[in-house]
Write a protein that binds this ligand. Structure first.
Ligand code: AOF
Ligand code: ZN
Length: 353
């Protein structure tokens, strides 16, 4: 299963909106076939592994990181393929919450006399597909906030400018996190201050599916400008219901509820989940980052700490948290720490009360 999980992760940049899935077919210690889901619309992991195994799938055990599907989507049901190949036993890491599967894959296999077990390395399998699971189980994507900070906890100058705080290794690392996500979300303020392109630039020919670039812009103040509409990735503007895009507007746009000039963030997340976004990377300023955090909508903080000082006039990481007493402090758990050149990368998760 550990091997199957590693195979699954090879699809991290390309399977969206589908989950990453890996499959290993074995007789005891001997692996006879393996595969992973590469791209939505293409064969599932089991099909690749069964093809590789050929006749040797008969009587074998299939280790799969997700329940084999029972439905005919863009490909035929994997449970049928496993049955036809004569597999004797299927060990899954977890059940697939996808409504058309959700136990039906296991039931099909069992009805055909195949021994089925589920739950092996489930924690790791759930962590791998945290975005897919967030979308299906709670109706909103997994949300990661990416921030670059100075040693004194500042994210931008007073002007809002926040470019080039972190070093080159960190900036390349950010590209890999971007490649994983289904949408990169930013705010109008960041478009005006930094003019980011929000594209994925991995520096090599690694395949990826370009994330949707989303600009939260209640009044559509930035549509006439910005690199966010250039390059090879779609862009979606989310605006107030009464804002009207210019007549010759070519980018995607949609209205979301706005209260007192502030976009309803939960509505944004619901809309993006409905569009198949599993994982969001928020790359915005302190106002938007603070609003998501204060509303409990942040799942993960990706923080690059650079050995620079920006001084007391610079902007904080998060605005509007409204913390007055120690008892109100927000506690996060450190998931991972590593050095990237001169910078330190810390991955954290807000602790759920
Ligand atoms: C599996 N093995 O490798 C994957 C599965 O659009 P489709 O036909 O590719 O179906 C997508 C759904 O199939 C997805 O939401 C999930 O339930 C399942 N993904 N299942 O047996 C795989 N990728
Ligand atoms: Zn399948």
């Amino acid at each position: 299963m550990a091997r199957a999980l590693r195979l699954a992760e090879k699809g991290a940049y390309t399977t969206k909106p589908n989950p990453m899935v890996g499959c290993v077919i074995a007789h005891g210690e001997e692996i006879v076939g393996e595969g992973w889901h590469v791209r939505a619309g293409e064969p599932h992991a089991e099909v690749h592994a069964l093809r590789a195994a050929g006749d040797r799938a008969r009587g074998a055990t299939a280790y799969v990181t997700l329940e084999p599907c029972a439905h005919t989507g863009r490909t035929g049901p994997c449970s049928d393929a496993l049955i036809e190949a004569g597999v004797a036993r299927v060990v899954a890491a977890m059940r697939d919450p996808f409504p058309q599967v959700d136990g039906a894959g296991f039931a099909k296999l069992q009805a055909a006399g195949i021994a089925v077990e589920s739950g092996l390395m489930e924690t790791q399998a759930r962590a791998l597909n945290r975005g897919y699971l967030a979308r299906l189980e709670r109706g909103r994507p997994w949300l990661r906030v990416k921030l670059a900070t100075s040693l004194d906890g500042r994210s931008a100058l007073a002007s809002g400018e926040s470019k080039w705080i972190s070093g080159e290794a960190s900036r390349l690392d950010v590209q890999r996190w971007r490649a994983r996500c289904g949408a990169i979300v930013t705010g109008a303020g960041t478009v005006l201050a930094d003019d980011p392109s929000l594209t994925v630039r991995l520096g090599d020919d690694t395949a990826f599916v370009a994330p949707l670039r989303v600009v939260l812009d209640p009044g559509l103040a930035t549509v006439a400008r910005g690199r966010v509409r250039e390059g090879d990735a779609p862009t979606l503007y989310l605006h107030a219901p009464d804002a009207k895009p210019p007549r010759d507007f070519s980018a995607q746009h949609a209205a979301v509820p706005v209260r007192e000039g502030r976009i309803d963030l939960e509505a944004v997340l619901k809309l993006l989940a409905e569009r198949g976004v599993n994982e969001i990377q928020l790359e915005a300023g302190a106002t938007l980052a603070g609003a998501f955090l204060a509303q409990g909508l942040v799942d993960e903080v990706l923080l690059y700490i650079a050995p620079v000082l920006l001084g007391e006039n610079a902007r904080p990481l998060f605005d509007g948290l409204g913390i007055e007493a120690m008892t109100h402090k927000l506690q996060l758990d450190v998931i991972d720490v590593r050095r990237l050149g001169e910078d330190t990368r810390v991955l954290l998760q807000p602790r759920r009360q």
